[in-house]
Design a protein around this ligand. Structure first.
Ligand code: NAD
Ligand code: USQ
Length: 400
């Protein structure tokens, strides 16, 4: 490949980071994974595990070399707590691109208790800031690609199509003059985790303006599916599949619940509309973002990385129909609007050539097969979501 880049993938052992690292390596880039294994540690602490049997990082990387002849290197660094090692690594590699997946990413985990709230804020904000500050300190100019989230926008039911990051506003001034400004689309996060992603946006805005860092912030929807072209190459490369009440995301949870005979845990009425993307499209979008850095113009490029929207109840109905599963409408442990509409612009990725994989195209079958193959590994007691948003949903606290 002609345009090979030196790329650091922070969080490259995780659900999105691992298949992305493989895909970029397959495309001919020099990939270094940085991860502190905190996700595996949290599983061990909670007594949970990926439904799929994920290999250790050493076995994963050896398998990748054996299958493809490509090498991915690995550094065990906590980017939030070991600034000196972040600086040394960046100084040595002088990366063209830093892709940042390395955050605590589960909303329910971030709401478990004060320890998890503090950990999520400390880890996510410090990690993001350390990576930006290290680049400036070293006088480097890597392109930052950050995994943000659709959830920063909130779920106000006003019918507006959510634009890609920015909103023109009109402000009345003296003498009836009207001033126009472009602002970050106002955030309305629904959990401490989503709040950290809102705060990340301000860090990016500042460093793009002040230090002219080139930053792409990808506001991603809920990722579903398990395997990609690269993780399918060998059993030792298999991707993780979270299904527990904190880390499992809604569609993968429903697919796995149907397979193990657990009623589908629809929160409340299931009227929540959310944005979705398949893991295969996640890796494609990131490769497109890597190839298209924004100009050094002081402005963060914000792209909505999602392909379709669905209500929770329509997903449950689809899964229940396909495999004759029961639906249970459980009390919603979250503080969120019971029903909302959602329209999102994803015009940039479509214009860059993304051809989305949709639920209807049968890829759900593959996820069913994974769930069926490894269903025997499920720890049944880990399925319910026990993290609640408020003190036993205090009276008077209402959804956003
Ligand atoms: P994940 O938990 O599977 O992976 C995150 C990885 O980062 C883990 O391997 C973890 O060990 C590592 N990590 C965390 N803190 C670190 C630190 N301080 N130093 C080094 N490594 C650290 O999560 P994921 O599902 O792969 O998500 C990756 C990113 O994408 C997250 O930032 C998340 O917010 C975003 N995202 C995920 C989804 C989704 O549905 N999974 C959707 C939208 C956005
Ligand atoms: N839900 C159920 N039943 C379940 C699990 C979830 O009804 O068993 C509902 C939730 O109440 C919520 C919706 O499904 O209304 C989505 O929940 P989720 O856990 O699938 O997704 P979320 O908490 O939003 O977080 C996930 C990822 C996070 C990412 C986010 C993208 O964990 O890292 O940022 O999706 S987005 O939702 O677009 O912000």
């Amino acid at each position: 490949m002609t345009n090979s880049k030196d790329i650091i993938v922070v969080g490259g052992d995780g659900f999105c980071g691992w298949p992305t690292a493989l895909h970029l390596s397959q495309l001919g880039h020099n990939v270094t994974i940085v991860d502190n294994m905190s996700r595996r540690d949290i599983d061990a602490k909670m007594g949970a595990d990926s439904l799929t049997p994920i290999a250790s990082i050493d076995v994963r990387l050896t398998a990748w070399s054996e299958k493809t002849g490509q090498t991915i290197t690995f550094e065990n660094i906590d980017v939030a707590r070991d600034f000196d090692r972040v600086v040394k690594l960046m100084e040595r590699i002088k990366p063209d691109t830093v892709i940042h997946f390395g955050e605590q990413r589960a909303a329910p985990y971030s709401m478990r208790g004060v320890g998890e709230k503090r950990y999520t804020v400390d880890n996510n904000i410090s990690g993001t800031h350390n990576l930006l500050a290290a680049s400036v300190e070293l006088g480097l100019d890597p392109h930052f690609v950050h995994l943000g989230t659709m959830g920063v926008y909130g779920y106000d039911d006003d019918g507006i199509e959510i634009p890609e990051g920015y909103l023109p506003v009109y402000i009345p001034g003296d003498d009836s003059k009207i001033y126009q400004r472009e602002i970050l689309y106002p955030t309305n996060p629904g959990s401490v985790y989503h709040m950290t992603k809102s705060m990340d946006q301000l860090l990016f805005q500042f460093y793009a303006k002040n230090d002219r860092l080139r930053i792409t912030d990808l506001h991603q929807g809920i990722v579903w599916g398990t395997q990609t072209d690269e993780t399918r190459l060998d059993e030792r490369l298999i991707n993780r599949f979270d299904y527990d009440g904190d880390y499992g995301t809604v569609l993968n949870r429903f697919l796995m619940q149907a397979v193990v005979g657990h009623p589908l845990t629809v929160h409340g009425t299931g009227g929540q509309t959310r944005a979705f993307i398949h893991i295969q499209d996640t890796v494609k979008c990131i490769a497109l973002a890597v190839n298209n850095p924004p100009p050094q113009d002081g402005k963060v490029a914000i792209l909505n990385q999602m392909t379709e929207t669905h209500t929770v109840r329509s997903l449950a109905a689809m899964v229940a129909k396909t495999c004759d599963a029961q639906i249970a409408n459980v009390d919603n442990p979250r503080n969120e609007a019971a029903e909302n509409d959602l329209r999102v612009s994803n015009k940039t990725f479509i214009s860059l050539g993304l051809k989305p994989v949709t639920l209807a195209e049968g890829l759900m079958d593959e996820t069913f097969q994974i769930a069926a193959k490894y269903g025997h590994r499920c720890i049944y007691e880990m399925i319910p979501c026990v993290s609640t948003w408020t003190d036993n949903q205090r009276p008077g606290v209402v959804g956003n």
